[in-house]
Design a protein. Structure first.
Length: 410
């Protein structure tokens, strides 16, 4: 007994230096679906390997639910060690209030300007010449995910573009299949509209509306065509009756829905379900019409902390997030593209390779999170949430409200 006790004491004392040097760092994020959880576990594993400890602060309910909680904690004097936001303007006011850490020293030492591609990602982290966030991925919204089994059951070919998908809707409905899965969270409806805009109206119109804030274009005939497509999407999504985006993705995975307009993070759910791109499901970038992807995504911001050890751990985490091995492990499970242009993604599936090819060709746009303030984004979400939920709202009325939002957008 004494020998066993002594052995236990020796083991404990041997472990003390490790635990004494390790620093717990709480990291908040909204990655809670199965595929997302598998991806974030790769970040935690990489950070823990540095001798520190990732304390997971997952907040369920997507960014719309999580961001107000994160912001409230930071402004209320209870900051976490690091927090996810979409790189863009979501943390702009926190930075301007002096609540977020300047990462310029880390970015300079790690040569982020040389390795992060496209450069607009780091530009979105830069305010008044200083870098305030670490980009971790490129997430593109412009994808239509299709269930091969659903179309086989309906007796029609898997569509090659949006128009063929709309034409196939009656056959899907006759087979008891929901044509288009759309969850009830407001950001899903507004995201689908943005994707339709690029596909139907094109890149130049997208930039005139969201980048130049051209209200005349927003009220014009090109956007009227987009609202017609959104009306088709609304009709095709009737009966989805799910809330979360991953529940909508699951309708496609199980063949209960023909397709879903969703970002490339949906790939994580297909992978978790053991489905193979090109065999079990089909992906159409740009809805098969305009093969263009947005270069938004996720980044981590670091609130200013008084604890010196936690501040040191923040710098370690920032470096770790951009480490080549971390980038590959995380993005393969997340379904996103890496922000480093120098990593090997030989293991990428067919859909990821399509995204990499589009990125290499430079067929990209900035995400609306990068182009619009959080307030303008919220107004858009309110509009399209109502539009998809209320069939009595006409496309013409919705377009009029949309043009008003753009006219006052900042």
């Amino acid at each position: 007994m004494k020998i066993r006790m002594m052995a236990a004491m020796l083991a404990a004392s041997a472990a003390l230096p490790i635990s004494a040097n390790a620093t717990d760092l709480e990291v908040t994020h909204w990655w809670t679906s199965g595929g997302e959880s598998a991806a974030v576990a790769e970040l935690a594993k990489a950070f823990d390997a540095t001798g520190n400890h990732w304390v997971d602060g997952a907040i369920a309910g997507s960014g719309g639910t999580a961001r107000p909680i994160m912001i409230s904690r930071i402004t209320g004097g209870d900051p976490m060690g690091a927090t996810q936001f979409n790189h863009g303007r979501q943390a702009e006011e926190l930075v301007q209030a002096g609540l977020m850490r300047d990462l310029t020293d880390v970015a300079t030492a790690e040569k982020w300007k040389d390795i992060i591609r496209p450069s607009s990602l780091l530009d979105s982290c830069t305010i008044d010449g200083k870098i305030y966030c670490a980009p971790v991925n490129i997430h593109s919204w412009q994808w239509l995910w299709l269930s091969n089994a659903a179309f086989k059951k309906a007796g029609v070919e898997v569509p090659k573009n949006w128009d063929e998908f709309v034409a196939a809707a009656p056959a899907l409905e006759k087979a008891g299949i929901i044509p288009l899965a759309v969850g009830g969270q407001p950001w899903q409806a507004t995201g689908a509209f943005d994707v339709l805009m690029v596909a139907v109206a094109g890149k130049d119109v997208f930039n005139k509306v969201f980048k130049d804030k051209d209200a005349e274009v927003a009220a014009g005939p090109e956007i009227a065509k987009v609202f017609k497509a959104a009306d088709d999407a609304r009709r095709m999504s009737k009966g989805s009756n799910v809330q979360d985006w991953n529940q909508a993705t699951n309708l496609v995975i199980t063949g209960k829905a023909g397709g879903q307009i969703m970002g490339d993070w949906a790939q994580g759910e297909f992978a978790l379900a053991g489905q193979k791109a090109g065999t079990d499901y089909t992906c159409l970038p740009g809805l098969g019409v305009n093969e263009i992807i947005s270069t938004g995504g996720d980044a981590f911001y670091f609130p200013l902390l008084k604890d010196e050890e936690k501040s040191k751990a923040q710098a370690v985490l920032a470096k770790t997030l951009l480490d080549p091995k971390t980038q590959v492990a995380f993005n393969l499970k997340k379904g996103s593209l890496p922000v480093r242009g120098d990593v090997d993604l030989a293991a990428a599936n067919d859909c990821m390779k399509k995204g990499l090819d589009i990125l290499a060709k430079g067929n990209v746009i900035q995400g609306t999170d990068q182009l619009l303030s959080a307030d303008s984004q919220k107004q858009k979400e309110d509009l399209f949430s109502e539009f998809f939920a209320n069939p009595s709202m006409t496309p013409e009325d919705a377009q009029k409200r949309f043009a008003e939002i753009i006219s006052s957008a900042d």
